[in-house]
Design a protein around this ligand. Structure first.
Ligand SMILES: CC(C)(COP(=O)(O)OP(=O)(O)OC[C@H]1O[C@@H](n2cnc3c(N)ncnc32)[C@H](O)[C@@H]1OP(=O)(O)O)[C@@H](O)C(=O)NCCC(=O)NCCS
Length: 190
């Protein structure tokens, strides 16, 4: 029987273990998203995290963050041995319960390589609304006017997730960037 509960102090080690072991099945993990280190745990900032427990062992997690009236699923991962038993769905349902009074829509950006996850979200009522791209550029000043909210800096580099339209614009501008990854943006009304 799966039990879903909020993250509590003391769960940090289990969170990092499930995060890394769970994502290790995905080809993009370690490149598109850096492997999570225990010492970097305190840098994570979500509005809520729920954990899935089976026989007292943590086997899955989901992180949510509210941005501009949309609830973003930031992470959803289940240990490989515990998949296809409804754990992912139970985590998603708990996140929706938390978000229901706060937002009308939830969103997820899933790497295009993660076929299982894409099928999971479509089966759970998400609609594919756009593609997004993770791009990296060293030229901050040229890109700055075109950046939406969805970007972050790592030293001199800008990592940015533009949508289809912004990506077209970048190509027209012949902006100096490299493509790191591609995502399906999926949305569900709750
Ligand atoms: C995506 C992910 C979280 C789904 O977790 P899960 O626990 O396997 O999800 P569920 O068990 O609820 O559903 C998965 C499938 O199992 C099926 N299933 C659920 N309970 C079942 C049962 N008792 N018996 C057989 N099948 C079952 C579901 O119908 C579903 O089928 P589908 O793949 O055809 O849609 C998991 O595959 C994962 O961790 N992937 C790697 C991380 C990742 O890519 N995350 C998304 C990026 S944000």
């Amino acid at each position: 029987m799966v039990r879903i509960r909020p993250f509590m102090k003391g769960d940090e080690e289990a969170y990092v273990r499930v995060h890394n072991e769970g994502y290790s099945t995905e080809a993009w993990y370690g490149s598109l998203e850096k492997v999570l280190k225990f010492e970097n745990f305190s840098e994570l900032s979500y509005d809520s995290t729920f954990l899935a427990e089976v026989n007292g062992k943590i086997v899955g997690l989901i992180d949510v963050k509210v941005r501009e009236k949309i609830g973003d699923i930031e992470n959803l991962v289940v240990l490989p041995k515990h998949r296809e038993k409804g754990v992912g769905k139970a985590l998603l349902e708990k996140a929706i319960e938390f978000l229901r009074d706060r937002v009308e829509k939830i969103r997820v950006e899933t790497p295009i390589q993660s076929k299982n996850a894409i099928r999971f979200y479509l089966k759970n009522g998400f609609k594919h609304v756009a593609n997004a791209y993770l791009v990296e550029s060293q030229n901050k000043s040229k890109l700055r006017p075109y950046l939406g909210h969805n970007f972050y800096f790592v030293r001199n580099h800008i990592y940015w997730i533009p949508d289809n339209k912004q990506m077209e614009l970048l190509k027209k501008l012949k902006a100096d960037f490299s493509l790191i990854g591609e995502f399906k943006v999926m949305v569900k009304t709750i």
